[in-house]
Structure formats: structure tokens, C-alpha cells
Design a protein around this ligand. Structure first.
Ligand SMILES: NC(=O)c1ccc[n+]([C@@H]2O[C@H](COP(=O)([O-])OP(=O)(O)OC[C@H]3O[C@@H](n4cnc5c(N)ncnc54)[C@H](O)[C@@H]3O)[C@@H](O)[C@H]2O)c1
Length: 254
């Protein structure tokens, strides 16, 4: 029987590319998103399943997990990718904005880990990959709610890895640098930064592609990563390894 991989936030951006990558790797993929995912699911093929709903909604997540258990025999892989961003000075961040950020970026992954983790623990095998960010590894100005949610997601990753590793369930995270997706387009549209800011900051002098990150996710999900548990893998072209100042880095480019 084909193994099943559940990918959240799969309507567009990194989630969609990850769903395609896992389908190409032989998984039956369940695409889920707040948005309608029927066209994306159909494009992936007959084995794929699309379900719409909010990852922050406990009833939705429980129903999704029950459906995957009943119809597909449970999930072997879960990718917690759905997320929202917010660029806002900390002192202007409202409680509503803060709470919605934690609901989607932190509570959602917790609910999905709990629901699908139970199935994986019962099977004695499974792999969860949480999509955090370089913003989970250090501070980034004007992103207090987003950064806190991603730091929290790494805390959840490490704790579940410790708690479930002995029962065959691995939990890891990827920490992408800036990726050219709809999220980035919207963030950049606010005028907060431009291409040059990112390219100058990254040792490899470019944005991440969704494919770069999907490869990292597919690796951590796979049996090739059988003894990798609790890691936060930067897929960032060297960003977090480099504490140089920009003008010094730029001297290396000529
Ligand atoms: N784009 C970047 O530069 C970047 C960098 C590092 C990490 N990330 C992370 O990668 C992940 C994917 O980001 P992306 O750039 O593809 O963003 P995106 O906005 O293009 O896609 C995110 C998807 O998640 C869905 N979604 C949002 N809230 C949801 C909810 N409550 N329930 C279900 N689905 C929901 C959206 O509908 C959308 O399809 C996010 O967790 C993001 O924080 C992105």
C-alpha cells in the first residue's frame, strides 16, 4: 500500500511544491489548506486527496485525521507548512494579531502533531516535518509575533522528538531563508524590504526556491533520515551561519 503524506498550506507556495515533491517520491498526498485545493489535488493525480479547513480549528483537524485513518490507513508523514506572516513594530501589534499568529503558526501544528502523532505512535513509525524559518533561530526586526511563533514551533519540534523518538516517531524542522512565494510577494509589497536586501544578506547571493526547501523536507521525512530527530535544519544558503556585516560579505562577490 502507498504511504500517505499530509501537507498543510498546500494550495500555493512551499506547501504546493512540497506536495508535488512528495507525490513524485511515491507518497499518496493529502493536500489541506484554508483555500480550496481541488484544482491542485487534481493536477497531482488520482491518488491525491484534497481537504479544505483551518489548521487552528481543533474539530477540523480531528475530522481530517479520522478521515485519513479510516480511508487511507493513517499518515506516515506530516508536513506542518501552513503559516501566516505579519510585519509590524512590536509596540503596534494588537492582541488579535498576536493571537491569530499563535493560533495558525503554533496551535495548528500542535493540533496536527497530536492527531497524526497518535496514529504514528500506534503504528510505531512516522515522520513529522515542521516548517519554521530562520526567524525561528534569531530575532528579525518588526516580526515579534511571527518570530515568536517560529521559535515556539522549534520548541515543540524538539520536545516531541524527545517524547516520541523512542516509539519510532521522528520530529524535525526546516528553517528556510526568504523564499519567493506569494507570502514573500505580499510582504515585499508592503515596502518593508526588497530583493537586494535579501540577496546581499545571503552568502549564496539568492533567495531560496520552494524546491530547495521541499528537498530538505522530503529528506527529513524519508527513511534516509532514519536517525535524524529533533533537528532544525536551515535551508538558507548560509544565512544563519554568517554573522559578517554586509559590506564585508559584498567584498567577496567581486
Ligand atoms: N516565503 C518565505 O520567505 C518563508 C520563509 C521561511 C519560512 N516560511 C514558512 O513557510 C511556510 C509556507 O509559506 P509560503 O511562503 O509558501 O506562504 P504562502 O502564503 O504562499 O502559503 C501559505 C499557505 O498556508 C495557507 N494557510 C494560511 N493559514 C491557514 C490556516 N489557518 N489553515 C490552513 N491553511 C492556511 C494559505 O492559504 C496558503 O495557501 C509558512 O509556514 C511560512 O512561515 C516562508
Amino acid at each position: 500500500m502507498m504511504r500517505t503524506a499530509v501537507v498543510t498550506g498546500a494550495a500555493q507556495g512551499l506547501g504546493l511544491v512540497t506536495a508535488r515533491r512528495l507525490a513524485a517520491g511515491g507518497y499518496r498526498v493529502v493536500l489541506t489548506d484554508m483555500q480550496d485545493v481541488s484544482a491542485q489535488t487534481e493536477a497531482i493525480g488520482a491518488d491525491a486527496l484534497g481537504v479544505s479547513g483551518d489548521v487552528a480549528d481543533e474539530a477540523f483537524v480531528e475530522d481530517l485525521a479520522a478521515r485519513v485513518a479510516a480511508d487511507l490507513g493513517g499518515a506516515a508523514v506530516l508536513v506542518n507548512n501552513a503559516g501566516i506572516s505579519l510585519i509590524q513594530p512590536a509596540e503596534e501589534t494588537t492582541l488579535d494579531q498576536w493571537q491569530r499568529m499563535m493560533a495558525v503558526n503554533l496551535q495548528g501544528p500542535f493540533l496536527l502533531c497530536r492527531a497524526f502523532g497518535l496514529q504514528m505512535l500506534a503504528a510505531g513509525k512516522g515522520s513529522i516535518v515542521n516548517v519554521a524559518s530562520v526567524a525561528g533561530l534569531g530575532g528579525v526586526i518588526h516580526r515579534s509575533a511571527y518570530n515568536t511563533s517560529k521559535h515556539g514551533l522549534l520548541g515543540l519540534t524538539r520536545t516531541l522528538a524527545s517524547e516520541w523518538g523512542g516509539r519510532g516517531v521522528r520530529v524535525n524542522a526546516v528553517c528556510p531563508g526568504w523564499i519567493k512565494t506569494e507570502m514573500d510577494e505580499k510582504d515585499m509589497g508592503s515596502g518593508a524590504y526588497d530583493d537586494t536586501d535579501i540577496v546581499n544578506r545571503v552568502p549564496m547571493a539568492r533567495f531560496a526556491t520552494p524546491e530547495d526547501v521541499a528537498e530538505g523536507i522530503a529528506f527529513l521525512a524519508s527513511d534516509a533520515a532514519a536517525f535524524i530527530n529533533g533537528v532544525s535544519l536551515p535551508v538558507d544558503g548560509g544565512w544563519t551561519g554568517d554573522v559578517s556585516w554586509d559590506s564585508l560579505r559584498l567584498k567577496t562577490r567581486s
